[in-house]
Design a protein around this ligand. Sequence first.
Ligand code: UD1
Length: 416
Amino acid sequence: MQLLINGGISPRGSIDISAAKNSVLPILACCTMCKGTVVLHNIAPFGDILNMLSLLKDLGAKAEWDNGIATIDCSGINKWVVNASYANRIRASICLLGPLSTYGETIEIALPGGCNIGARPVDIHIAGMQKLGFDVEQGENLVCIPKSPKSNTIKLSMPSVGATQNLMMAACGIKGTTTILNAACEPEVQDLADFINLMGGNITGAGTPNIVIDGGVQLHGGQYTPIGDRIVAGTYLLTSALGLGGDVTTVGVNPMYCQATLKILQDMGCKIGVGKDWVRVQSDGRLQGIGHIKTRPFPGLATDMQAQLVVVLSLAKGKSIVYENMFENRFGHVSQLNKMGADITIKDNSLIINGVGKLAPQQLQATDLRCGAAMVVAGLAVDGLSTVDNVHFIDRGYFGIENDLKKLGLNVIRSE
Ligand code: UD1
């Protein structure tokens, strides 16, 4: 499958954003802890989300998606093994570690295979589970045995999003008070806590580095609408900053969640407008480079925006330096942008970008999800026809990207 992109058009219009993949995946995992049916709203059928629903079904749950609504009933779960065929399809299968641990059974989760954005260790997840009284063995599979689960204080060596979410969920199943220190502050962590609290749990402090969980309460079912996807919104807003002028609005994401990206766009010369759940980015002509930026944990610049921002910076005036601080091999877009005429040099974990003003059409490859998004953005920047292969990577985190971009007047077609 390929995307055919006829670029060089100034984007104008508004896009409604659906629930964040990185919120929905842990929330779906958390449904395994809920007694009763959970109904989730504003859910787009991203590849990763459909795979997670299949995984839940494989464990014995009922899990359906229809017209933006996911309905999950986990009363039938009778299996605590996540096998490799699922773990390879969906890296977020690791977020079942915490929820399944609450069943008091030995659980086994296959670790995802080779990765194309760098090693993704799970040592922080393991250390935290051990602090909560589980024996964890890591071979090809992660085996987690409930030796003597107990509440505790856990200080994370790094504010890992996935580990914070896993430990929050595991702690919900353990009587007593667990405190997570140096926790990740990402909005998706807070969203998971909001979901858990609505289902009867008791978590305070999510969204800050200190999270307190009063565990031992059975969660029930209910209805929930996860937060909108700040990375999807950010990607679409960037199309307004490609030197072609533009006027793009996204609806459904709190602008606070995109603040680092918006600050960069503003510094580059874009005009930013915000409301409670919308953002508008307008620009005229070629923008200014921004010196030095670095990806960091929230509220810093999200690593998931790095590839797309590099496209914008490679078109802007002057020199920019981007330091990728979160993952060690997240530069799949660079050689392809250089083939289009960009001037980007990789130096250790940094990219040195000399803005070139114009790129040329090219046959491009998505090598991972966000690289794929960046390739689409790059195709939109240039006059003429570019193609992007491996669209399945993009579909993992954007549903029908070509249809969304059409709403901005852009010309992207999917060919089978
Ligand atoms: C989540 C997001 C992903 C995003 C990332 C960073 C989901 C499903 N995915 O991934 O889109 O790119 O946050 O914002 O929400 N680390 C360790 N040991 C561990 C865990 C993590 O060393 O046990 C390191 C990682 O290698 C990385 C950093 O910590 O350098 C951040 O990783 P983490 O926050 O855990 O990312 P994920 O939860 O995997």
